[in-house]
Design a protein around this ligand. Structure first.
Ligand code: GTP
Length: 223
């Protein structure tokens, strides 16, 4: 079976780009968006998941929005995740808002070494409620958990905020890969579950799954 040509376009400040047809080798597709302040590590998070590599060195802020596809196998099903990497900078917000409504899942990142990025999570959640689908899957991620010496946000603070909003939470590292794959696998499982294709775990709960599977950073106390 062939995918519909032009099923996705990305905005990069120029004309929208249309991508060529592809051969379908999956059972389900899901659109996942990465959100959060500029510099929290969204692009690195995506590259780590897609290619298993870490982009270190000079920080190049994302312009507008772009996406990558990756097919994951979970519970006997193949799920094509179309992952949209958004620009965290304020000046691109009106561009990225237009993409929220198509997303089935949102990964909302803050940087555990940057208080402002954590404080802004409430504002991000307000935007999500304004622009995204009402039943969108949201996951809160405290990224850069490898940089324990510069930590300013305790793991418990992330847990508390996530509990308040009823969303799953974990700390991650786009550098070491900690919990990166798990975030996407949990989303894929949830999408399978919602599509009614799941038979192995009829009572699948994404928050319980994440809680039981996540790795903890070796150090999470503040200096
Ligand atoms: P915008 O595109 O502006 O929205 O930023 P972004 O959220 O995509 O951030 P990006 O992935 O470009 O990363 C910003 C900086 O943080 C880069 O210098 C990365 O190398 C660094 N970085 C990202 N993730 C991690 C991480 O998990 N650990 C560490 N130590 N550094 C990270």
């Amino acid at each position: 079976m062939t995918c519909t040509p032009g099923e996705a376009t990305a905005w990069d400040g120029e004309a929208p780009r249309t991508y060529p047809p592809c051969v379908q080798n999956y059972d389900l597709t899901g659109k996942v968006m990465l959100l959060g302040d500029s510099g929290v590590g969204k692009t690195c998070f995506l590259i780590q998941f897609k290619d298993g590599a870490f982009l270190s060195g000079t920080f190049l802020a994302t312009v507008g929005i772009d996406f990558r596809n990756k097919v994951v196998s979970v519970d006997g099903a193949r799920v094509k995740l179309q992952i949209w990497d958004t620009a965290g900078q304020e000046r691109f917000r009106s561009v990225t808002h237009a993409y929220y409504r198509d997303a089935q899942a949102l990964l909302l990142l803050y940087d555990i070494t940057n208080r402002a990025s954590f404080d802004n999570i409430r504002a991000w959640l307000t935007e999500i409620h304004e622009y995204a689908q009402r039943d969108v899957v949201i996951m809160l991620l405290g990224n850069k958990a490898d940089v324990s010496s510069e930590r300013v946000i305790r793991s418990e603070d992330g847990e508390t905020l996530a509990r308040e909003y009823g969303v799953p939470f974990m700390e991650t590292s786009a550098k070491t890969g900690m919990n990166v794959e798990l975030a996407f696998l949990a989303i894929a499982k949830e999408l399978i579950h919602r599509a009614g294709q799941q038979t192995q775990e009829p009572s699948f709960q994404i928050r319980d799954y994440v809680r039981s599977q996540k790795q903890h950073s070796s150090c999470c106390t503040l200096a």
